[in-house]
Design a protein around this ligand. Structure first.
Ligand code: ADP
Ligand code: MG
Length: 362
């Protein structure tokens, strides 16, 4: 449905998009995730045709080669965070505009606009003025306007960014429902990992104009391939170490202080014995043991002492000092927090072994 190969875009000296290739299937919800300035909007503008890329090997939308094709002739539409509605037109006129421009009669266009309004749950809003709408309603109208022309690909640039938290969560669900109903390919930009995880079939994590990792939400969440991806996806604990041996996807690591641990690697071929590595563990995947409970539940155990504890309501966060460095532990068991802690432990599958940037060949 969407295919891009080797897209590069420069603004003067600055490379905003660096040799990006990706594709999206028919009916797929693909999310472009990344921090501000990572090139997300530039990628969307290259797809929609608002930006002419400096270089591109291939750009196909809905089976058509669109290199050099103007935006209005591409089978895609964009929904912006700023809504970009025409203030002097009614809701129905805003939605029907794209159809009228394409030569569809005003009557037919209005009928289709009414149907699109029903789809975005705003039936009966045809004659409202844009100024009479709330932020959430404006965004629904913008979405109705984008889907009314039945594009092969819908591009959405942080469409929920201007909405408050509760409305944003509701709209997340509505958008994924809408996407399943329409079976249109969605390319959705966000800087929020929670939003990406909740909505997407696949996530493209961008970093400085390049694709850092592309995969399903659970692949990005549970098996990051780089320290950057691990940090972005919220791994609280990153510790340096040296690879001792690699066996399948299991990697044995000596942490600083000498403690041996075992973890898994997304890409074990990229790690050799003696390489500097980083292990990444989520705070909630660590278990703590008090002095009375010497038995460790998991494969990896480090001696440690509690240096701080913060009550967060639903859970508590502990800081544990170990020979390998400080570890953050999150526990939901507020009721039985021990006074003292003697060790921290975790399973090998919750311990992600990553090549340290300095080892990387690229
Ligand atoms: P994102 O949407 O991920 O925040 P952008 O694609 O907007 O990132 O920007 C990527 C980089 O390109 C940033 O460094 C940004 O400052 C730069 N940039 C974006 N648009 C322009 C422009 N029109 N002229 C010059 N630099 C730009
Ligand atoms: Mg942007």
């Amino acid at each position: 449905m969407l295919e891009i190969e080797g897209a590069t875009h420069r603004y003067g000296e600055l490379t905003a998009l660096d040799n990006v290739s990706l594709s999206a299937r028919q009916g797929e919800f693909l999310t472009i995730l990344g921090e501000s300035g990572s090139g997300k909007t530039t990628l969307l503008r290259v797809i929609s045709g608002l930006e002419q890329p400096t270089e591109v090997g291939k750009l196909m939308i809905g089976g058509e080669n669109v290199v050099g094709v103007p935006p209005s002739r591409r089978n895609c539409t964009t929904v912006f965070q700023s809504y970009a509605l025409f203030p002097h037109m009614s809701v129905a006129e805003n939605i029907a505009y794209g159809l009228v421009v394409r030569g569809i009669s005003r009557d037919d266009a209005r009928k289709q606009a009414s149907k699109a309004l029903e789809t975005v749950r705003l039936p009966g809003f045809e004659d409202r003025r844009v100024s009479q709408l709330s932020g959430g309603q404006k965004q629904r109208v913008a979405i109705a306007r984008a889907i009314v022309t039945r594009p092969a690909v819908l591009l959405l640039d942080e469409p929920l960014g201007a909405l408050d938290e509760r409305l944003r969560l509701n709209m997340q669900n509505e958008l994924t429902d809408l996407q399943r109903q329409l079976k249109t390919t969605f390319v959705y930009i966000t800087h929020s990992q929670e939003e990406a995880l909740a909505m997407s079939d696949r996530i493209v994590l961008m970093r400085s104009g390049r694709i850092e990792q592309l995969g399903t939400p659970s692949e990005l969440f549970d098996l990051p391939t780089s320290t950057f991806a691990a940090e972005f996806m919220g791994f609280e604990n990153l510790l340096p170490g040296v690879a001792r041996s690699v066996d399948g996807n299991l990697v044995s690591v000596a942490l600083s202080g000498g403690s041996p641990v075992v973890g898994i690697a997304a890409n074990p071929a990229g790690i050799s014995q003696g390489d500097l590595v980083t292990i990444a563990i989520r705070a909630e995947r660590l278990s703590h043991s008090d002095v009375s409970r010497k038995q460790c539940r998991h494969l990896n155990t480090l001696a440690g002492t509690k240096i701080d504890q913060r009550y967060r309501g639903k859970y508590s966060d502990l800081d544990i000092e170990t020979a390998a460095g400080k570890l953050k532990v999150r526990t939901w068991d507020n009721a039985s927090l021990p006074e003292e802690i003697s060790s921290v432990s975790w399973r090998a599958e919750d311990c992600i072994v990553l090549p340290t940037a300095a080892n990387r060949k690229t």
